[in-house]
Design a protein around this ligand. Sequence first.
Ligand SMILES: Cc1cc2nc3c(=O)[nH]c(=O)nc-3n(C[C@H](O)[C@H](O)[C@H](O)COP(=O)(O)OP(=O)(O)OC[C@H]3O[C@@H](n4cnc5c(N)ncnc54)[C@H](O)[C@@H]3O)c2cc1C
Length: 476
Amino acid sequence: MTVVVVGAGPVGVTAALLLARRGVDVLVLDRHAAVYPQPRAVHLDDESLRVLQAAGVADAFAAVSHPMAGLRLLDGAHRTLAEFRRGPGVHGWPQASMFTQPDLEALLRAALGREPRARLRGGVEVLHVEQPDGAVRVVVRDRATGVSEEVVADAVLGCDGANSTVRRLIGARMRDLGPAERWLVVDLVSDEPLDVWPGVHQVCDPVRPATFMPVAGSRYRAEFRLADGETPADLDLPALLAGFGAAGAAVVRSAEYRYAAAVADRWRAGRVLLCGDAAHLTPPFIGQGLGLGLRDAHQLTWKLAAVLAGADDALLDTHQAERAPHARALIRLAVLLGRLMTGGGRRAAAVRRLVLGGVRRLPGVSGFALASRTPPLRPGRLVRRPRVAPGSPVGALVPQSTVTVDGVHARLDDVLGNGWAVLTAGGPLPVLPDAADARVLRVGDGPGELSSAELARWLRGRSVLVRPDRIVAACR
Ligand SMILES: Cc1cc2nc3c(=O)[nH]c(=O)nc-3n(C[C@H](O)[C@H](O)[C@H](O)COP(=O)(O)OP(=O)(O)OC[C@H]3O[C@@H](n4cnc5c(N)ncnc54)[C@H](O)[C@@H]3O)c2cc1C
């Protein structure tokens, strides 16, 4: 069984690693031979780090990233309006980590190189994807020789980014969730550490919304929204950087980006599926673009591996059913927070202080702002929860504590392994037809049991059914 992954960006390579670790042969195709060198993503949350953990690269990522303090909202004069702290969190990793995307992509590719089941071929452009007879035929052209050939696969993942060819080939269209914005993104290096707060500074000034943050090592990032008709050359960059105490830093790159807010209307055609930026695009305000894509990969690859091993193809219908509403919710949140933080005119800025004071009480915003929690998956075939179930853990990730089993300490996910699992402190067990082979793991202090005071406290005597992607599927 071979899966072709189109696109060797962070989502494609992560998906390939996850499939290979499930015993699936994978061929990753990319039009470029090397990692895209320009920094893009700089922030990942702790839920996303569990995906990297599943792909076997979380410790390598921890070595090239560092925890971030949180988000500070500033007015036009850089006075603090509100602050949302980030710390250790419940997923076993820092709630927010800062890094550079090329560093992450390099370590993902290094891990892929160590996987005997995975192969990466650069310098090839994917032109067509067809499914005439069950198998998927992928037409690729070698960019050096111009020669085209056909690759046959059992499934194809379109992880080919914002301008996805695969998306176009399956007839999907992007549906806008808000207007696009143009921002100037400036990467900086400073030999001397800058005397700045170690978190993200968001300037909530409708005249010149801006973001500033330490990234990793000597790197810093500043972003400035461009007004209609304005070009980067119109900005007084030295003065804007001086406002953040970064006058002494060297500009190593500045580039204009157009941030869209959109979700594809179709994520699957037969055995061809979309993941990552190919399926959704978000403005940067909550740093979730890549995180969404990593979640797609984590939540799709175990289903695809199960289908390739004989499970019903309809399991793949849950990909869009689960991921699209989740992506829409987070993108709408990014649009809403973007508007709250940077929208309106000068009069709006005057009332912003009051509005931001109430941000913590907005439904959907508070969980994210205060605890970096993303919305739970909606009820469905693999998420058994009534529509209204306040406080239910179903649809969200099981927290990851360190557990001790017979004197050996381990992270929960590493103990759960690749399959379904029931975590129980006793009592009736939740069951699901898709999870007939779930391992039952008892939480307690006896022999062979998972000992963790945090986990026992969270379970509160309940039993939970945990999917291979660590989402709680059911609870009793
Ligand atoms: C300035 C900026 C800041 C950002 N900050 C954050 C952040 O802090 N946090 C966050 O989570 N996200 C952030 N993002 C978003 C993040 O960078 C993207 O979500 C992420 O790169 C998407 O990964 P991907 O693998 O889906 O797509 P990509 O990284 O775009 O990779 C797609 C790959 O597909 C290949 N490809 C495309 N078409 C073909 C074809 N026809 N044939 C062969 N190969 C093909 C491309 O060469 C490319 O390698 C930011 C983005 C920008 C621009």
